[in-house]
Design a protein around this ligand. Structure first.
Ligand code: FAD
Length: 438
């Protein structure tokens, strides 16, 4: 039986696994999955964890349960390197052999060489990032509610998101909805003029990757909802309580006690050692058959955020549908190679985009059909509810939404008693200076 090794149980890896299920049952292939976590995260709903619309455990999928049900071996281990000549993967706890390899280890935050941001800004990639950001917002609201000086309150409640792409916009909107609802009902010594959420975006509008007219409308909605947008912004320094930036050549400073960096991702660092052609943001260039370019390794398939896939002469941005479609194609090609056939070329089907702008507002483009407003918001919700894919999680998320709709979101500080805020801040500020590629 041929050994197939999948690295990473995210969108790409799990799609590959689902296409392998029937071949595993027929004992045609032996499949192993390696992931550094024992869960998979449904990232499009991560921002809703910050607002409390969704409980954190309801957007993570237990990898062990999925693998055991499908007859797949699973190891919680971290990939360090691929030895292509020996056909094995070197991980923190052991080495794993393969006949065919699917690399789907996603991406990490790309701070674009900004060391101060690396030290002081929060990332927004993992479930713990969302839990920590939510915790700090609530803690700062508690502290602000005891203050009398309005300017001091605003200083403490100044939050920034660097990067106005889909992730940044959705996060800002969820934070805004949460804080607005809380100060109206529970923290009534704080007013809506005493908190501030700012998006820093280099481009002329937020959402530079979508249709221009919809991006402009989305920016208007954000501003109407009270979110500050600073366009043409180049963030220079992220401090513990401030941001220095320039806008149209002019330098400025702004208070910011929680700064979240959503301005880009890059491939995992170990990819640098694999060989082949690598981009500046650490993604491996791939051929049309999804193999690494300039590396004689037709048994290795690189998919999702780990690869740089050229489509109409442009490298596509890293999104979940691309990872999923490539996961399916990698399996198709592996089965063809096992059966002595030539691999076929991948072509990407672009569905469009869905961006939530907070309660009852979204911009959506599905197969060229554009929608805005409340209808688009419900379309966003239903599409992603469907895409969760696991029935018990779909039910849980649906009930989370009903609960938050009827009873509102709670602002309780349950993770720790003794100064958890300091733990979170210190942990964040002590992040090691990892190497990044600008
Ligand atoms: C907050 C947020 C919101 C997003 N919203 C959207 C959206 O609305 N629509 C959309 O299309 N895309 C969205 N994305 C992007 C989308 O999540 C990615 O494009 C997609 O997850 C890529 O799939 P992947 O399989 O390549 O990687 P992932 O799904 O990230 O999976 C990678 C897996 O590899 C594991 N891993 C990583 N490094 C190692 C290692 N060294 N060893 C072992 N395991 C490792 C990880 O634990 C993870 O399980 C969002 C991303 C974020 C962070």
């Amino acid at each position: 039986m041929k050994k197939i090794l999948i690295l990473g149980g995210g969108f790409g890896g799990l799609t590959a696994l689902s296409f392998l299920k029937k071949h595993i049952r027929r004992k045609k292939v032996d499949v192993t999955l390696i992931d550094k976590n024992n869960y998979s995260l449904f990232t499009p709903m991560l921002a809703e964890v910050v607002s409390g619309n969704i409980k954190p455990e309801n957007i993570v999928f237990p990898l062990r349960e999925i693998c055991v049900k499908s007859g797949v071996k699973i190891f919680k281990d971290e990939v360090h390197n691929i030895d292509k000549n020996a056909r094995k993967v070197i991980c923190e706890n052991g080495e794993y052999e393969y006949d065919y390899l699917i690399v789907a280890t996603g991406s990490r935050t790309n701070f674009r060489g900004n060391e101060s941001a690396m030290r002081n800004a929060f990332e927004f990639k993992n479930i713990t990032d969302a839990i920590h950001i939510k915790y700090l917002i609530i803690d700062f609201l508690e502290k602000a509610s005891t203050m009398t000086d309005s300017a001091e309150k605003k200083k403490l409640l100044s939050f920034s998101i660097i990067g106005g792409g889909i992730t940044g916009v959705e996060l800002a909107s969820e934070m805004n909805d949460f804080i607005r609802a809380k100060i109206k009902k529970e923290y009534n010594t704080v007013t809506k003029d005493e908190y501030d959420i700012t998006i820093f975006e280099y481009d002329k509008t937020v959402l530079p990757g979508i249709d221009k007219e919809q991006a402009q409308k989305a920016q208007e909605v954000l501003i109407r909802n009270g979110i500050n947008v600073i366009n043409g912004a180049m963030v220079k320094e992220v401090g513990l309580t401030h941001i220095s930036y320039s806008q149209n050549g002019k330098d400025a400073d702004k208070s910011s006690t929680i700064t979240v960096w959503t301005a880009g991702v890059e491939g995992q660092q170990y990819l640098e050692n694999v060989g082949g052609e690598i981009t500046r943001d650490c993604r491996l260039h791939i051929s049309k058959t999804l193999n690494p370019k300039n590396l004689d390794a037709p048994e290795i398939f690189i998919i999702g955020d780990s690869c740089a896939y050229e489509y109409k002469e442009k490298i596509l941005p890293p999104v979940a549908p691309l990872a999923m479609q490539q996961g399916a194609m990698a399996v198709k090609n592996i089965l063809r190679l096992i059966n002595g056939k030539k691999p076929i070329e991948f072509s990407y089907l672009h569905f469009g985009y869905l961006v939530s702008l907070g309660k009852n507002n979204s911009v959506v483009n599905l197969f060229g059909l554009k929608f805005r407003g409340a209808f688009a918001y419900w379309l966003w919700k239903m599409t992603y509810l469907y895409k969760i894919g696991m029935f018990k999680k779909q039910v849980a998320v649906f009930f989370d939404w009903i609960m938050s709709f009827w009873f509102g979101n709670e602002s309780v500080l349950i993770i720790d008693q003794d100064n958890c805020t300091n733990c979170i801040l210190q942990k964040n500020h002590k992040k090691p200076n990892k190497k990044t590629i600008v």
